[in-house]
Design a protein around this ligand. Sequence first.
Ligand code: APR
Ligand code: ZN
Length: 235
Amino acid sequence: MIRRGAGGGIFLLTGAGVSAESGLGTFRDKSGLWTRYDLTEVATPEGFARNPQLVHDFYNARRENALGAAPNAAHHALARLEAEWPGDVLIVTQNVDDLHERAGSRNVLHMHGSLTGALCADCGHRWPAPARMSPADPCPECSLAQTRPDIVWFGEYPYHMETIWQALREAEIFVAIGTSGTVFPAAAFVQDAARAGAHTVELNLERSAGAGDFSDGRYGPATEVVPAWVAEMLG
Ligand code: APR
Ligand code: ZN
């Protein structure tokens, strides 16, 4: 996934902070989603089994917010980096919005799934999510009413992990952007990359829990620190 090019491969891990200035909430800041919702009710398979309507309502609202949001200067700067960097650039995002893609990034992996996807909990069929989903929606494939948002919940295994582990072994530069570094396995990616010899940078509003694991850090709003860092990289 990341070949060593003239500029070396760059592995970008993004979290909710990269979309905060697009108006999408984070999870653990003072007014974050997990301060207003019980994640065991809306972001676990058990919560979905107990009350699928509550879960669909939660993700319908987040999907509506995401569809109404626009990529910000940080998303655009990362798309510019991918277009102009003389090596591979991979974005592995914990976010479920599609703002990286809408800013023009093409090499994007959603390790926690995406609000744009629907999944059948029975047959595993995937299809583009409608704006609003309901527990009564029949699966287009098996027609059972077991549809769920294609989101990775707590206790479930993140997507694309084989590709991610490989990319961490190959990256020459690892950058974490807008993430609190509190949810695994993403929180340990910086150590994996450093062990493989990558230069590691944190770009965040403030020092995260894992700040000490990075060889460099730039702090401030993503719409300021990310474009500045990209401009420095592209020279
Ligand atoms: N610019 C840069 N960073 C910001 C900004 C901003 N404007 N606003 C907030 N941040 C930073 C916060 O300081 C924090 O470190 O973004 C980080 C957001 O942390 P979280 O809310 O924990 O979000 P994230 O790290 O993406 O959570 C990881 O947890 O609940 C799960 O699946 C969910 O993908 C999510 C995962
Ligand atoms: Zn099905």
